[in-house]
Ligand binder design. Sequence first.
Ligand code: ADP
Ligand code: MG
Length: 394
Amino acid sequence: MILAALPTRKPGTGNPVTIERRSLQQTFENAFHREPEVLSEAPGRVNLIGEHTDYNEGFVLPIAIDRTVAVAAAPGAGRTVRAYSVDFDARDEWRIDAPRRTGREWRDYVRAVAWALLDAGYELRGVDLAIAGDVPPGSGLSSSAALEIAVAGALCSVADISVQPERLALICQKAENQFVGVQSGVMDQLAAACSRAGHALLIDCRSLDRDFVALPGEIVIIVVDSKVPRRLGETPYNQRREECAAAAQELGVSSLREAAIGDIEGLREPLKRRARHVVSENQRVLEAVDALRSRNLARLGELMYESHASLRDGFGVSTPELDLLVELASRTTGVFGARLTGAGFGGCTVNLVERDAVAGFEAGVVERDRERTGSPATMLICKAVDGLRIYSLG
Ligand code: ADP
Ligand code: MG
């Protein structure tokens, strides 16, 4: 049933996930009065460094985290797709041959994936899907890509389609860009599809070349969610993309990846500041990989703070809440580095913390933030997990 190109495992042998598999199977049975045959899971991700570089064909360094969107599935009757979202407690039903936009929350992501797979020439079949996740949506941890990749894994499995995870990522990026209408870069889907446990994933977004970078055991990655909601459609995200494209055009290069720091002096503002961020951030990612490989965590931390300052002052995507969280982290013992992560305009910070300094981090950052501002920020200690996992049930 499930094909070799996708990693297939028996349940219970992969990464621990916080979603109860058994309860999702039970939910599927309650919703469709039959048993699921396949479980497809994809993780959210936190980007360690390399922000707003992906759509500029640059470098990024995401880590897939132990927050997941899971899809239980079984081949359906005829050409009908029936989908049930546990988290929205809502259903959807449509014909697999003609996915149309609904304009309504989660439904379009599922339909988008089917649309993009059909567009890529794959023959899909009817399917029943039950979907549940614990990636906090809209926080910059890429719940949308986790959803897309998990749905893609489920649709391919039930239709006996073999697709390499990298190709699946590109198909899901097209789904999000062209069907949902969010111009996200390819990092999120590649991280959700292709990551390896215990590693960060260096991606060259121009060539799509990837490399795994081992994470030292003595550190933990802590995400702090500022709880300032971020909706990309309503933020200047698309404007930043346009500014980067305009800067590249003025420089006569195909993307800012091709620009050197010395080239950008002649640009007008704000294009110069935007370009300076992108060009310097690419350099920081490569330095961060070197620092990780040589276990120079102090240097890695410095690069994270520099990245934050560049996003704040040059790229203009931070918020006072994120700035305060980073500042508190910088004054807390056992923290190597911190920065905003994701597109910005709210969402989360990522923090590189000594393993035995977690309690001090909570007191020095999360609790102090709460005392000073009444902020509802929460923290999440992340484990680096594998990308897309498909399990055959039964
Ligand atoms: P993010 O930064 O988390 O990717 P987006 O705005 O891109 O934020 O995507 C969030 C959207 O993805 C949600 O509004 C919802 O439509 C969909 N989504 C995320 N997680 C789930 C889930 N567990 N179940 C259903 N839909 C989900
Ligand atoms: Mg998203």
